[in-house]
Each structure stands twice: as structure tokens, then as C-alpha cells.
Write a protein that binds this ligand. Structure first.
Ligand code: 3PG
Length: 403
């Protein structure tokens, strides 16, 4: 169901889930506001229809605790600028401030609840606890709109449970994302190359199994690459390792070989003693080393120049490419080369190129590319991956008209 099918919205309180999980620098400046911009069409349509808009969103992973580091205050300010109106930020999620803020709304006004992940029940596995919280959210709206595509793969109170408590619809961002991603699942032009990187190693490793079934080549870089190298018996120094998934990586390598699919891994990497993320600096000297010779105590933080060429060739030779997750710590200039090489290669694809995920989308913009150089930039990382795997996304399946 679309928002237009919800009927007359004038004076109605519309509760909407958005994904405003945007990257912030050490001074809490938003370094890429793409996810906020992506929400504007639906928010503007609701305001123009006279709705009183109540937004639910999360930032980072505060794990059920109130933590000012994860406050949505920078988001409220930026959203207000982009909408050209004051966005009233509640200082809590469902408490007195939220109630008073929602009660104060006039037609066309916009409120933003504080980070829903301050509430322990938001992400709880305990369904009854989630439902109880969802009832409190539902009390803030007459209708519910799901437009946080980046979070629809999460079975969480503000995404999933609240939807069944109110008449609901999918926002235009969710509709657009689903439309483009369907092109990748329904008969993609081949060769179909999927490039995976990023830091959410455990999340990503779980999806490889299914991606191996749909893609011809899987290119692996970023944080998860070192678990693969270790699985091949290589020394990885002090690089990121997901010990629990070592055997899984070994199985994937064997599975790919048996299925005649290619898992393309780096041949060289950039290493240093470590990094100071806040200062955007490498610690110690940055060196390029072969993946067979990562020195003890050194940390791999980007791909090397030979790998850049290798990956760029693989990408440019494809007719369909999906890329999720930066290839290195691109926020630090010394480790942005791998991500820059892949981003550039995607702009040269003769076919459909899709960039998925908050970090990858931020990376292409931070590196100076414009959105129209790519076929599509998805706001969803994990969500787009799970969609491509053919998994049911709880936040979409729960919507009316989708069952
Ligand atoms: C994302 O950044 O991919 C979404 O906002 C979901 O965040 P999560 O992985 O912490 O659930």
C-alpha cells in the first residue's frame, strides 16, 4: 500500500520509521546526509497533506542505554535545515518529553523521537517486551508509514511490531529501493559481480552463502577479508579477525570451488601499526605488503595497488554489479585507495551498478562522486544484502497488502 492509499491525512498523526543512521565525525558533524535526504520525498508529501509527522529512528548501536554519543540531535538539526522547518526533538523515546512533543504538533509539523535504541525492548528477542514498547509508539500515531529501508531487515519494535498495530503503508523510499533491487534478483545480466567489504563482519559473513548462489563472482575486501586470509592459513598480524567464523570462511572457499564460482581475494594490502580514527591518521608507517607476508603486529587497513587493479578489472567486466561495504578505512586518507578504486570502477560498468549501504554510499560521496554516476545508491546495507539473498524482510512483510 502506498501513502496515497492511506486516505485523507489532514490533521492525522502519522508515525513514520526512517533510517537516519548517518556517519558522524568526532565533533558530531554529519559527514554524509544521504539517508536524511532520501527520506525527504515521503516526509514532504506527508507535511503537504497536512499530517502531523512523528519520526522514529536510530543512530548507531547504544544497546538499550541512554548515551548522548548516540543522540539524534545532529539529525534533527540537519533534517530541519533540509525541510525548512523546525524539527522538534523529544529528549526521550516514549516518556514525558515524547508525549508532550507529539501533543504539541500542529498540522504539517514534524517531531523526532530520541534514538529508539535507547529503549532496551526495541531490539529485544522477547516478543512480549517488544510488543509492549510498540504499543507506546502506536499511541503516538493514527497511521504508520515504513520508510526506513536500511532497517527493514530488523525484527524490531519500531520497524516490525508497531506496523501491525496501526493502518500502514510503505513510504516512497521503500517502494523505490524494492523496485531497483528486484532488477538484481530477477534475471540479472551476467556476469554478475558482488563486491563485499565493510566492518560488520559477522553480519556480512552470514549472507555469503546465498550470494554465492546468485552471483558469478564474489569480490571480498574490507574488514572481513582477513578472516578469509586466516582461513587460507595466512598470518594476518593484528588485523580484524572473526575467530568464530573461521570455519565458515573455509567452508565458503570450498563451496565456491565446488560450484565453479570465484571468490576473489586481495593479493596485497596496506598495513600500519594501527590507526587513530578520530584523528583520521595511521599509527606508524603505512606499508604495502603481499597477503603472504603480513608482518607480526601489523594491521591491514586497506587493499594494496595490485589488488586495486585486480578488483577494478573484475568490476568493469561485469554487466551487473552490487557493491556493499568499503574496502578499507576510507575515512582515513591513507586507507581510502581501495575504496576509491572500486568506486571508480563501478562508474565505468556497462550495465547496472548498485551501491548499497550507509558506509559505501557515504564513501562514494566523500570521495567526490555524484549519485548519478551510479545506477542506484541504496540506503540499505544489511537490508539490501538480505533482499538480494531472497530473504523475507520482516519490516516489509508485516505491511498491509504485502501478506
Ligand atoms: C544500517 O546502518 O545498515 C542500518 O541503519 C541498520 O543498522 P544496524 O545494522 O545497526 O541494525
Amino acid at each position: 500500500k502506498s501513502v496515497a492509499e492511506l486516505g485523507d491525512l489532514s490533521g492525522k498523526r502519522v508515525l513514520i520509521r526512517c533510517d537516519f543512521n548517518v556517519p558522524l565525525d568526532a565533533d558530531k558533524n554529519i559527514t554524509d546526509d544521504g539517508r536524511i535526504r532520501a527520506a525527504l520525498p515521503t516526509l514532504t508529501a506527508l507535511r503537504e497533506a497536512g499530517a502531523r509527522v512523528v519520526i522514529m529512528a536510530h543512530l548507531g548501536r547504544p544497546k538499550g542505554e541512554v548515551n548522548p554519543k548516540y543522540s539524534l540531535a545532529p539529525v534533527a538539526a540537519r533534517l530541519g535545515e533540509l525541510l525548512g522547518t523546525d524539527v522538534k526533538l523529544a529528549t526521550d523515546v516514549v516518556g514525558e518529553s515524547a508525549q508532550a512533543t507529539v501533543a504539541s504538533l500542529a498540522d504539517g509539523d514534524v517531531a523526532l523521537l530520541e534514538n529508539v535504541r535507547y529503549e532496551p525492548a526495541e531490539e529485544s528477542k522477547d516478543e512480549a517486551a517488544r510488543k509492549e514498547l510498540a504499543q507506546k509508539y502506536a499511541a503516538f500515531g493514527d497511521l504508520f508509514v515504513s520508510d526506513g529501508f536500511g532497517v527493514v531487515h530488523r525484527k524490531q519494535a519500531s520497524v516490525y511490531d508497531v506496523a501491525s498495530l496501526l493502518p500502514n503503508a510503505a513510504g516512497s523510499l521503500v517502494a523505490k529501493e524494492v523496485g531497483v533491487l528486484k532488477q538484481l534478483t530477477e534475471n540479472p545480466e551476467r556476469p554478475y559481480v558482488v563486491v563485499l567489504g565493510g566492518a560488520k563482519v559477522a553480519d556480512k559473513l552470514q549472507v555469503i552463502d546465498n550470494l554465492l548462489k546468485v552471483a558469478d563472482t564474489l569480490v571480498i575486501g574490507g574488514g572481513m577479508l582477513f578472516t578469509f586470509l586466516k582461513a587460507q592459513g595466512k598470518d594476518i598480524g593484528s588485523s580484524l579477525l572473526d575467530e568464530d567464523n573461521l570455519q565458515t570462511c573455509r567452508d565458503y572457499l570450498a563451496q565456491a570451488e565446488a560450484a565453479g564460482k570465484q571468490i576473489l581475494l586481495p593479493v596485497d594490502v596496506r598495513v600500519a601499526d594501527g590507526m587513530d580514527f578520530d584523528a583520521r591518521e595511521a599509527k606508524g608507517e603505512v606499508e604495502v605488503v603481499s597477503v603472504d607476508a603480513i608482518p607480526d603486529g601489523k594491521m591491514g587497513l586497506d587493499m594494496g595497488p595490485e589488488t586495486e587493479k585486480l578488483f577494478a578489472e573484475a568490476v568493469k567486466g561485469a554487466r551487473t554489479v552490487f557493491w556493499n561495504g568499503p574496502m578499507g578505512v576510507f575515512e582515513i586518507p591513507a586507507f581510502a585507495n581501495g575504496t576509491a578504486a572500486v568506486a571508480k570502477a563501478l562508474t565505468e560498468v556497462d550495465g547496472l551498478s548498485v551501491v548499497g549501504g550507509g558506509d559505501s554510499a557515504a564513501a562514494v560521496r566523500v570521495l567526490g562522486h555524484s549519485d548519478d554516476e551510479f545506477g542506484h545508491i541504496s540506503t540499505g546495507g544489511g537490508a539490501s544484502l538480505e533482499f538480494l539473498e531472497g530473504k523475507e524482510l520482516p519490516g516489509i512483510a508485516v505491511l498491509e497488502g504485502d501478506n
